[in-house]
Design a protein around this ligand. Sequence first.
Ligand SMILES: [Zn+2]
Length: 265
Amino acid sequence: MIFDTHSHLQFEDYENIAREIEIMSEYWVSYSTLIWSDYKSTEKALELAKKYDVFHVVAWIIHPNEAILITDMDEEISKVERQIMENREHIVWIWELWLDYFNLEKDWIEENIHMQKKAFKANIDLAKKFSLPLIVHIRDAWEDSYEMLSSSGFTWNIVIHCFTGNPEIVKRFLWIGKNIYIWFSWIVTFKNAKDIQNSVSMVPLDRILVETDAPFLTPEPFRGKKMNTSWYVKFVLDKIKELRDEAPETVEDMIFENSKRFYRV
Ligand SMILES: [Zn+2]
């Protein structure tokens, strides 16, 4: 069985959600976690999760690109808190802790980094409060992320989203603790993703999760041809099986168990 730990099937792109669920079951994809993209789409995701057992929801949270625009961080945090409290049974994660220093606007670099760190810290506190795991998006900010996570004292599960690092970075982040997971996405299927592929064998099997991020991009063999969807997680998993020494069934079973353990579902 397979668990797509990150998708956006609540988007309008998916006109026939019942059909999507049918195809998922044909490919043994038992669960898909719907990730917010804005307040409205979170409402839609919650609606779907209430209707279909295959879905879980990841809470809406402060986006790092918006952190700099927030005038009242406290008000923003309490808005998120209310939404979590009202829907706690369907919400399995806090999304998304993010340090992204890629392409920051020149005049605002210092302030931007400062606000991102502030949001990062606020999100850790929220996750602690509700005993929810964390998803961490890191781009060009490995050093600061490492510092903040390793000194946070956070003991619930943490996953490094859409891993784009290399084996050295894997080694370092695994040091943070037994609660660190690594998330492999469609990128691992690309021919030129050698660093990421080499990282797969560095991660203990009980710390790997797989995701599609559907509808964004698409794994091989459908890359550039079709819109990504949840059951394509199968191709991500197939690639991981190919890169690991363990028996393919062991890899599949273990990754499924990891996902359930991670979400506590
Ligand atoms: Zn996504």
